[in-house]
Design a binder for this molecule. Structure first.
Ligand code: ADP
Ligand code: MG
Length: 344
């Protein structure tokens, strides 16, 4: 038999495959969009969702906006306002740096951007298909900031769309992302709602982390929080956050982890924390832990694929050990002071 001929894939197909890898579900598209809004110095971020984000995912911010002149290339791959040279990667303080999020979204959804900068007299709106601006941006009324509207996500990826069957589950994941960013960025006001309904989440601008934990996760957790911090010069890290004391336990382990202000997963850290608490909590129950870990950017590889939320860093074992030891001491001291207080 003749060997089959090798052919180059169509560019549109290549881009769609790549985009489908970056954008796996509504919640991770939203994470990228929230990070863009935070990068743009927004102090207010509103998210509106229809059908678990599959029909509509809209994010409205009051940040710097996008210059009308930049509309032409904003959705092209590898266009960014945040990174100029490879060396910048080490000192980068913004979330984005690859210029892939908007491009990817435009390949797997109908994307509309409405934006107004401080200098512009009016807002401009445009639609994007496969990275390309459709027609000239239309002038319209609007306040400073950006509205990103993502409609019919995965309209051109039937299998993916079918795999995401449950809008309820997608909404839960979206709500999780909004909750976590709202707590980590307490100074920014966040809101999340389903289309034509009231807000499910609303945190005020200029709030505190504890206030937001109370608003989002409820009084039962907020009442039992202790402030936690840990640092180590040798391994160059600081960790700060709020953790539940030994009086609180829950079936679900609420673990909010930010490393250098990025929402990430770290299974080994999570496991070790759970282990520490297991001595004090009823069997099969877990704590609430919010941790903001800051590492020397040189010790963590941030140039990872956007979907790789699981992180690895230098001296990981020692750093985890050090955090967990401090956590155990904190738990012991907070439970003994409570007992003392109760006896007094
Ligand atoms: P990256 O964030 O990696 O630069 P994105 O595709 O997420 O790539 O965004 C491309 C560019 O679009 C950003 O660099 C930024 O200049 C602009 N941009 C995106 N979202 C916003 C927003 N909400 N407000 C202001 N500018 C934005
Ligand atoms: Mg981005």
């Amino acid at each position: 038999m003749e060997p089959p001929q090798i052919k180059k894939l169509d560019v549109a197909v290549i881009n769609r495959i790549a985009a489908g890898e970056v954008i796996q579900r509504p919640a991770n598209a939203l994470k990228e969009l929230i990070e863009n809004s935070l990068d743009a110095k927004s102090t207010n971020i509103q998210v509106t969702v229809k059908n678990g984000g599959l029909k509509l995912l809209q994010i409205h911010d009051n940040g710097t906006g996008i210059r009308k002149e930049d509309f032409e290339i904003v959705c092209e791959r590898f266009t960014t306002s945040k990174l100029r040279e490879f060396e910048d990667l080490h000192k980068i303080s913004t979330y984005g740096f690859r210029g892939e999020a908007l491009a990817s979204i435009s390949h797997v959804a109908h994307l509309t951007i409405t934006s107004k900068t401080k200098q512009d007299l009016c807002a401009y709106q445009a639609r994007f298909v496969d990275s390309t601006l459709q027609g000239a941006p239309k002038p319209m009324a609007g306040n400073q900031g950006t509205i990103i509207t993502v409609e019919d996500l995965f309209y051109n990826m039937n299998v993916r769309k079918k795999a995401l069957r449950s809008p309820g589950e997608e909404y839960q994941k979206i709500s999780d992302v909004v909750s976590k960013y709202a707590i980590h960025n307490a100074h920014v006001g966040f809101a999340l709602k389903k289309c034509n309904e009231n807000n499910d989440i609303r945190t005020p601008q200029g709030s505190t982390q504890v206030e937001n934990i109370q608003i989002i996760y409820g009084n039962t957790i907020a009442r039992e929080l202790v402030e936690f911090s840990s640092e180590n010069e040798r391994f160059q890290f600081t960790a700060k956050g709020y953790i539940s004391n030994v009086n609180y336990s829950s079936k679900k382990f609420n673990f909010l982890l930010f490393i250098n202000h990025r929402l990430v997963d770290c299974q080994s850290l999570k496991k070790c924390i759970d282990q520490v608490y297991s001595t004090y909590l009823p069997k099969n129950t877990h704590p609430f832990v919010y941790l903001s870990l800051e590492l020397d950017p040189n010790n963590i590889d941030i140039n990872v694929h956007p979907t790789k939320h699981e992180v690895h860093f230098l001296n990981q074992e020692q750093i985890i050990e050090s955090i967990v030891t401090d956590m155990e001491n904190k738990l012991l001291s907070s439970s003994s002071s409570r007992t003392f207080y109760a006896q007094a």
